[in-house]
Design a protein around this ligand. Structure first.
Ligand code: ADP
Ligand code: TRP
Length: 399
């Protein structure tokens, strides 16, 4: 039986951090023995927000080095920059023609990244339609009031209340439309169609399993829907529906400055994250300054003590333990001792990775050879699938 095929990737946008490592890359490593693995550097996705060209190139090599340093073995897995395989962009165009705009408009990441308001157009539309009901009710009540002395007195307040309600709905609708128009004028097509490209990444390899974090689950669902739409159109189960691989070991890591916010590459504060290029001093310094709370002693309580819970999650993930076990171990410890030991564990775990990354980055020639042969292998997988797709669409192809 052929091995199941895994595809995943991270955007090479720099600042690769502990969350990317513990929540994504590290969990890919064991899959290499049970699955055929394809890991891309999602540079086509990266340019959905403005990138400095020199930084993009540097970050692409850096992310590749991080994959390898974290345990992705180029002999077992295919590692390549997404843009080096044209099939991604070509298939994305085709799949875009099977994707209703409504599906894309529901993507929460797009709304967040574009800065769209949280209210949905459907809700505003419903409110506007309800105005008719409100006016009918108003008319009924006022008519009733004309025959009834008591209600005659009330009818003024009723009218004022209802008019106020209608005005509020109109104001909200106008503000909504204004902001939608402003945003859609300047927001980029690529940011909107990003999930179609992601579907092409996955479907273009007939990948069966996609390890993703919580934040990418909605995009994977969409990839399944797009596969379904194409399959229905061509009357054949051509694209296998990819399954999310939710890794039991994947940890969700929060910002060191705010235990309720996810650790992120784009957080303006460098102190909010530990990156894979931080040295021992930087790690110790960031952990020393990490947010805690005023409660004495260490307990694992994500609801009421998110910052401490996050440090415990990190400690546990780095030492193959559980947050509760670590909390029991440090129940009566001072924050400073707990943080010091955590820094030591982090340095022990991360320094070999950082060192390996540096070695790889010092020899870009070797790194580039790995990427070139990865791109070659990826093309060999994707090209025949693209040709088959094109045949189903009805495109002419040279023999
Ligand atoms: P960021 O949110 O920092 O920009 P990306 O969106 O590029 O990172 O995420 C790359 C991968 O790393 C995704 O699979 C995502 O689920 C994972 N990831 C990102 N941040 C975290 C985090 N704080 N904890 C766990 N996993 C994360
Ligand atoms: N969109 C993903 C992210 O931002 C990266 C990505 C692109 C990806 N294509 C993919 C992940 C295909 C899994 C499968 O993190």
């Amino acid at each position: 039986m052929t091995k199941k095929r895994v595809l995943s990737g991270v955007q090479p946008t720099g600042n690769l951090h502990l969350g990317n490592y513990l929540g994504a890359i590290r969990n890919w490593v064991p899959l290499q023995d049970s699955h055929e693995c394809v890991f891309m550097l999602a540079d086509l996705h990266a340019i959905t927000v403005p990138q400095n060209p020199a930084d993009l190139l540097k970050n692409t090599r850096e992310t590749a080095a991080a994959y390898i340093a974290c345990g992705i073995d180029p002999k077992k897995s295919i590692i390549f920059p997404q843009s080096a395989v044209r099939a991604h962009a070509e298939l994305a165009w085709i799949l875009g023609c099977y994707t209703p705009l409504g599906w894309l408009k529901r993507m929460t990441q797009y709304k967040e990244k574009a800065g769209l308001s949280a209210s949905s157009p459907e809700r505003i539309l419903k409110d506007l339609k309800d105005q008719k009901k409100i006016f009918t009710e108003l008319t009924r009540q006022v008519h009733e009031g004309l025959d009834n002395i008591r209600l005659q007195a009330d009818s003024k307040t009723i009218t004022a209340d209802i008019t106020q309600g209608v005005l509020e709905i109109n104001e909200e609708a106008a503000a909504f439309l204004e902001s939608e128009i402003k945003i859609s004028e300047k927001s980029k097509l690529g940011l909107f169609s990003y999930p179609v490209l992601m579907a092409a990444d996955i479907l273009g390899y007939h990948a069966t399993h996609v390890p993703v974090g919580e934040d990418q689950k909605q995009h994977l669902e969409l990839a399944r829907d797009i596969a379904g739409a194409f399959n229905r159109a061509c009357g054949e189960e051509f694209f296998p529906l990819p399954d999310p691989l939710i890794m039991p070991t994947a940890a969700r890591i929060m910002s060191l400055k705010d235990g309720t916010k996810k650790m992120s590459k784009s957080d303006p504060s460098d102190l909010s994250r530990i990156t894979l290029t931080d040295d021992a001093d930087a790690i110790a310094n960031k952990l020393r300054k990490a947010q805690t709370d005023t409660i004495t002693g260490i307990t694992y309580d994500p609801e009421t003590r998110p910052a401490i819970a996050n440090l415990l999650t990190i400690f546990a993930a780095l030492t193959d333990s559980t947050p509760q076990k670590i909390a029991d171990q440090y129940a009566t410890a001072q924050n400073s001792q707990f943080k010091g030991d955590l820094a030591e564990a982090a340095v022990t775990h991360l320094s070999p990775i950082t060192a390996r990354m540096r070695t790889l980055l010092d020899d870009t020639e070797t790194l580039d050879t790995i990427l070139a042969s990865g791109a070659h292998a990826a093309r060999d997988l994707a090209q025949p699938i693209l040709r088959e797709t094109m045949k189903r669409v009805g495109f002419w192809q040279s023999a």
